[in-house]
Unconditional design. Structure first.
Length: 87
């Protein structure tokens, strides 16, 4: 998993092979954020990432200037991975 843009651009996270979910691909994130960035100025915004999975979208939002992102993930292994990765 790689952060596509922002202050943490190119930072990588290794997702365990045992994960039930897959990170959003770089191609999909780039396209999603190209569209959204024309509509939203991320600086200082708060965001909610439901079904966070690996946290890929949350980290992208933080990298682009969101002040705070709340992740919701019910799978304990995924939650533990997100908590471990945030430091």
């Amino acid at each position: 998993m790689r952060i596509v843009s922002g202050k943490y651009k190119s930072r990588r996270f290794e997702v365990p092979k045992s994960f039930k979910s897959r990170p959003t691909t770089d191609f999909a994130k780039e396209n999603l954020f190209n569209v959204l960035s024309n509509l939203i100025d991320w600086e200082g915004k708060f965001a909610l990432d439901l079904f966070a999975g690996t946290g890929s979208i949350s980290y992208e939002l933080l990298s682009r200037g969101c002040k705070e992102v709340v992740c919701v993930e019910k799978d304990p292994a995924h939650y533990a991975y997100i908590k471990k990765s945030e430091s």
